[in-house]
Design a protein around this ligand. Structure first.
Ligand code: NAP
Ligand code: G4F
Length: 323
């Protein structure tokens, strides 16, 4: 019989790649979607008829338990969250409710309705924040720098705690930044590649940016969802860092993206303090040795290739008049 998976956050970047991967592996895929005044399912439009969508919300614990009862999943991937760091300073309580307490609500629902489930929690390198070690591994202590990072640290610890307290198969994937042509427009990679395409097409001239000196370890989302799946196929539940072990500045990102279309970023990028954060994460670089050894996982797409893939995809979209 086909394995069944339930994905929260299926309409997001990672949810769409994970659903594709699980379908290819022969899973029956169920996704939780929240109600909004207009359905925005662009990222999974090509999967229509192949995945089953159900209404539910991380804020509504009963909807989670009902969904577990209805879908009877073997694996639950909890990808839903308020995932944009700047918004977490404007809406810190909501971020805490979605991104932190939402994890406990799902774990409680699993504990009481389907304790045999294998559970994946989408943790984040933002938990390392003002980093206490370089590079960062599963053993690096956390020092989060935003309400989002604090909420993710809670989600990580409660996942570990439910594993240890109730013997649930619950794992936390500590994923570094991962991007794709499906990334939301507000995140720095996609903001840059989309606006580079617009500038190239003569639709605008300037690109307002924040801190160009921040360093990130950027990988490809398609690679990272494969690591999530591998974590749930292990004999024992353990936590893993997933990264590329390379770090690059936002300035390098901008330089490569503009160069891809034959432009000089210095003529177009302007610094706008509105995009500078109250507290910054200056440097992220992950050590993925454990994932390589135990999961047999390695990144296949490197930084320059990733940025160029995103610029090319955005050029096509801008030419076609879409986003
Ligand atoms: P994303 O594109 O922002 O997707 C977030 C998803 O969560 C969307 O499907 C969204 O639904 C859903 N959601 C938000 N609040 C919800 C709620 N209250 N109830 C139900 N669904 C809700 O994020 P992503 O990049 O795919 O990331 C997936 C997960 O990994 C997130 O938890 C993120 O924090 C974490 N993470 C991401 C990265 C990264 O670099 N991408 C790195 C580390 C960790 P709508 O479509 O309705 O908004
Ligand atoms: O793309 P970002 O908004 O991603 P950030 O804050 O690193 O968070 C992402 O990765 C986390 C994993 O580490 C995830 F958990 C989280 O959900 C999200 O996916 O910003 C990256 C860097 C920051 O240092 C920011 O200050 O880019 C810098 N930046 C400079 N100018 C900008 C801009 N970021 C954005 N979004 N917009 C700018 O104009």
């Amino acid at each position: 019989m086909a394995k069944r998976a339930l994905i929260t956050g299926i309409t997001g970047q990672d949810g769409s790649y994970l659903a594709e991967l699980l379908l290819k592996k022969g899973y029956e895929v169920h996704g939780m979607v929240r109600r909004s005044s207009e359905e925005k399912f662009e990222r999974i439009a090509h999967l229509q008829g192949k995945v089953t969508l159900h209404q539910g919300d991380l804020l509504d614990q009963f909807s989670l338990a009902a969904l577990l009862n209805l879908t009877q999943p073997d694996e639950v991937y909890n990808l839903a969250a308020q995932s944009f760091v700047p918004t977490s300073w404007n809406q810190p309580v909501l971020t805490g409710e979605f991104t932190a307490l939402g994890v406990t609500k799902m774990l409680e629902a699993i504990r009481h309705t389907r304790p045999q489930v294998r559970f994946y929690q989408a943790s984040s390198s933002e938990m390392f924040g003002k980093v206490l070690e370089v590079p960062q591994s599963e053993d690096t202590p956390f020092y989060p720098r935003s309400p989002y990072g604090v909420a993710k640290a809670y989600g990580h610890h409660i996942t570990v705690n439910y594993r240890e307290s109730f013997k649930l198969f619950a794992v936390s994937g500590i994923l570094f930044n991962h991007e794709s042509p499906r990334r939301g427009l507000e995140f720095v990679t996609r903001k840059v590649t989309y606006n580079v395409a617009r500038i190239k097409m003569g639709l605008q001239d300037k690109l307002p940016m924040g801190n160009l000196d921040a360093k990130r370890d950027w990988g490809f989302a398609g690679d990272y969802v494969d690591a999530m799946w591998r974590m749930l196929q292990q004999e024992t539940p353990e936590d893993f860092v997933v990264a590329t072990n390379e770090t690059h500045t936002v300035r390098e990102l901008v330089e490569i993206a503009f160069a891809r279309v034959g432009l000089d970023y210095q003529k177009h990028v302007v610094i706008d303090p509105a995009f500078v954060r109250p507290a910054e994460v200056d440097l992220l670089i992950g050590k993925y040795d454990k994932a390589k050894e135990k999961l047999g996982w390695e990144p296949t797409v490197r930084f320059k290739q990733l940025v160029e893939m995103m610029v090319d995809a955005d050029l096509e979209r801008v030419k076609a008049g879409t986003r």
